[in-house]
Design a protein around this ligand. Structure first.
Ligand code: UD1
Ligand code: CA
Length: 469
């Protein structure tokens, strides 16, 4: 079938009170307009024209140059928006799908159903409608006594009787291209909003002797985002759907209210997602993992059997059977292999850490290469910034780093070496050597009694009033 789409996305989105175009705001990690684009592609409609306005650059940044754009100089209504696509539609024949750019919940299934309806009968157009509990603000679908669509009346133009209709116009349609073109040419702006309404084409087509079919979909699928409240609503509904998909695939999700998962995320079965967890971007998690509580992963790849507790990780790879957290921060560019432990208050950035290495507490590893089976004592710091450049160190296999050591830029710790606790290492340490760089200890006998510094039972009583803490 010769089929194309026109997407109306030139509106100012005034009610969003934003510097960004309404349709580039994200729902479940994907811009609203991209949801529309993807639904059209999934429904088999690759040829798409976007009617854009002042913030068109932002839309082009999202969709790229694989689609066509038409600039609508003045926003004179949805009918006027589609008129801008006339040069593109002329002589095309076939069907044209018209969608609003601000409805992220639109599904390929609904579009496909409407296409089927068009193909099954000789309709001039098919309107996608839904039943709203509260139809306020929507165009109402008026039908005749036989249930056939007669016209669509905008809320502000409705009579008392029409206001009672709960079937609403989703603003999603399919038209016979030639008939849409003929109807567009006859639209007028004589209505409450002084706009060219696309909805009036339905009335015109029927007056011309055509019939208009309808496909009724879930009200949620028609949800438009006009303000921040509707953006939140759409995000919530989409999130529930995503959680449901994962649960049906064998992922355990403990709390639907505090778990947020972006649309592109993949999770293996028997993985448990604990409350307060947010999985973002193109995160991919393997099987049998435990993620959370209170964890954020953004663009992270995780193997199987890994636990990540109360931690943040970004743009990194974490292997299988790792123990991460609580309170670890894995910054971009890390490659953490299998069986690694990254513990409490450990920060890792731009580093490669090989198997079985442990940094259980209070460590910073930056821009470094760390071998297998390395042990970091608490408080170890790779001093990767010399004030000018960021250069980490190289720590080979089986190295033991004692607590509170500093390893300076570019230093190489040879395999199977030991670093004494408290050392600041600024020269390479050969394999099998002990690197020690600290002043020898001296004990001053009876210093406490001589100086009268006994501390005795001088306990400090804590006040239990919060304001005093
Ligand atoms: C529209 C429908 C209404 C339907 C509702 C569903 C009309 C007249 N009304 O109303 O029947 O129930 O959607 O959500 O069509 N746009 C342009 N250029 C313009 C005007 C609008 O590109 O000149 C775009 C907007 O950016 C938006 C879409 O068209 O993406 C719909 O416009 P909007 O003003 O939101 O229409 P509604 O009042 O919601
Ligand atoms: Ca709207």
């Amino acid at each position: 079938m010769n089929i194309c789409a026109v997407v109306m996305a030139a509106g100012d989105g005034k009610r969003m009170k934003s510097a960004y175009s309404k349709v580039v705001h994200q729902v479940a990690g994907k811009p609203i307009i991209k949801w529309v684009y993807d639904a059209l592609c999934e429904a088999g409609c690759e040829e798409q024209v976007y009617i854009v306005g002042d913030k068109q650059e932002q839309i082009r940044d999202v969709l790229g140059e694989g689609v066509a754009y038409v600039f609508q100089e003045q926003r004179l209504g949805t009918g006027h928006a589609v008129m801008q696509a006339e040069p593109f539609l002329e002589g095309r024949g076939g069907f044209v799908i018209v969608l609003p750019g601000d409805s992220p919940m639109v599904s390929a299934k609904t579009i496909a159903k409407a296409v089927d309806a068009m193909e099954s009968a000789d309709y001039a157009a098919v309107v996608i409608t839904a039943t709203a509990d509260d139809p306020t603000g929507y165009g109402r679908v008026v039908r005749d006594e036989n249930g056939n669509v007669l016209k669509i009346v905008e809320h502000r133009d409705c009579s008392e009787e029409e206001l009672k209709i709960r079937e609403i116009n989703s603003s999603m349609y399919i038209f016979k291209t030639s008939l849409l073109l003929s109807a567009l040419g006859r639209l007028s702006a004589q209505n409450a909003q002084k706009e060219y309404y696309l909805t009036d084409t339905i009335d015109i087509l029927i007056r011309d002797g055509g019939t208009v079919g309808s496909v009724i979909c879930d009200f949620e699928d028609t949800l438009g985002v006009n303000d921040r409240y509707q953006l939140m609503k759409a995000s919530n509904i989409m999130n529930r759907r995503i959680l449901m998909k994962h649960m049906m695939n064998g992922v355990e999700i403990v709390d639907e209210n505090t778990t947020w998962i972006h649309t592109a995320v993949e999770i293996g079965r028997d993985t448990i997602i604990l409350p307060g967890t947010r999985l973002m971007g193109n995160t991919v998690i393997g099987e049998d993992c435990i993620i959370g509580e209170n964890t954020r992963l953004d663009g992270v790849q995780v193997g199987n059997g890994t636990t990540i507790d109360s931690s943040i990780a970004t743009e990194s790879v974490i292997g299988s059977d790792c123990r991460i957290g609580p309170f670890s921060h894995i910054r971009p560019g890390c490659l953490i292999k299998d069986h690694v432990t990254i513990g409490a208050y450990v920060e890792v950035k731009g580093s490669e850490i090989d198997e079985y290495t442990r940094a259980r507490h209070l460590t910073y590893i930056g821009d470094s290469k760390v071998g297998k089976n390395v042990n970091f004592g608490a408080g170890t710091v790779t001093c990767n910034f010399d004030g000018q450049d960021k250069v980490g160190c190289t720590i080979e296999d089986n190295v033991f780093v004692g607590g509170n050591a500093n390893i300076l830029s570019s230093v190489v710790l040879g395999h199977d070496s030991y670093i004494a606790a408290g050392s600041t290492i600024n020269e390479d340490v050969p394999s099998y050597a002990l690197g020690i760089a600290r002043k020898e200890q001296e004990n001053k006998g009876d210093w406490v009694t001589k100086r009268n510094r006994l501390r005795g039972a001088n306990y400090i009583k804590l006040d239990n009033r919060r304001s005093e803490l």
